[in-house]
Design a binder for this molecule. Structure first.
Ligand code: NDP
Length: 284
């Protein structure tokens, strides 16, 4: 039977640590850390994500600003908003909620965000820093996965890690973080042959494929730590991960559930990144 690691619980602990740090800043009369979130258009999922991010900021005592723009916003108008936030000394973190409506170029927007305010860690400068093992901003979901591993008491050094998925958002950065912590890392994707056998060699298995319950017990080594990043809807409309929890849990050593696993960690890491940006801006 695996030990189930709830990101929701770990998140609570980290958020209360962040709240204490921000309360101490407030008590000493300091400027508050601030996150600016840009939402373009009316995508309901995006609206719910940004609402969650705003709520989390309020919960820890951080300031936030939501800039809602119509779907008809032009690329130049959007870039001008980013430039205004770049220049605002009270804004520490900027994120533009993706995906953008058709016709807008997200890569161009991300490149416009000042790297020291890029708390999503998507700017090429921050991507490069991750690969050079330099201090920068790392994407929030991969950071959340690493935090969960650490809280499981797992040191990746020397371990076999398999990352299922190679997206720029999750798979690639989490693989790099594992390598930076001296794991021996294999990255799998849709062209990988003998996928279950490759995954079954892993001491640490990170599933980020976006395929409901694809990872069954035959993908998992006895006692492995399994982190399920997937967020999928089952045929019955339930939220399910990439891991078939019922078959994997008896075999794994550690496992994260969906929901209440990696999901809550993502926003918590965004708060952490914003506080880090604040401290850098304050010269700490
Ligand atoms: P992408 O669709 O960008 O990437 C999926 C990756 O999985 C690709 O590398 C793809 O391979 C690979 N893949 C797809 N199907 C298979 C298959 N049958 N066998 C092997 N590999 C396969 O997804 P994301 O990385 O953005 O997200 C992955 C999952 O994580 C999704 O469920 C998403 O909702 C969730 N997610 C959760 C977050 C959270 O906060 N918990 C945050 C972000 C994402 P190839 O490159 O060859 O196409």
């Amino acid at each position: 039977m695996a030990q189930v690691i709830y990101g929701s619980e770990v998140s609570k602990d980290i958020r209360s640590e962040l709240s204490e740090q921000i309360a101490a800043l407030r008590a000493s009369g300091r400027r508050m850390p601030k996150l600016a979130v840009i939402l373009v258009g009316e995508n309901p999922a995006s609206l719910s994500y940004v609402t969650g991010k705003e709520k989390a900021c309020t919960q820890v005592g951080m300031e936030s600003e939501l800039i809602k723009l119509p779907a008809s916003t032009s690329q130049e108008e959007l870039m001008a908003v980013v430039r205004r936030l770049n220049a605002d000394p009270n804004v520490d973190g900027i994120l533009c909620q993706l995906p953008l409506p058709d016709g807008l170029d997200s890569a161009q927007v991300i490149r416009e965000i000042r790297p020291d305010k890029d708390v999503d860690g998507f700017h090429p400068i921050n991507v490069g820093k991750l690969h050079l093992k330099e201090d920068g901003f790392v994407p929030c979901t991969p950071l959340g996965c690493m935090e969960l591993l650490h809280r499981m008491g797992i040191n990746p050094a020397g371990k076999r890690a398999v990352v299922l998925g190679r997206s720029n958002l999750v798979g690639a950065p989490v693989a790099r973080l594992l390598l930076n912590e001296n794991a021996t890392v294999t990255i799998c994707h849709s062209k990988t042959e003998n996928l279950p056998q490759v995954c079954a060699e892993a001491d640490i298995l990170i599933a980020a494929v976006g395929r409901a319950k694809m990872v069954t017990a035959d993908y998992v080594k006895e006692g492995a730590a399994v982190i399920d990043v997937g967020i999928n809807r089952s045929a019955e409309g339930k939220l399910v991960g990439d891991v078939d929890f019922a078959s994997v849990e008896p075999k794994a050593g550690f496992i994260t559930p969906v929901p209440k696993g990696v999901g809550p960690m993502t926003i918590t890491m965004l708060l952490k990144n914003t506080l880090k940006a604040y401290r850098q801006h304050e010269g700490e």
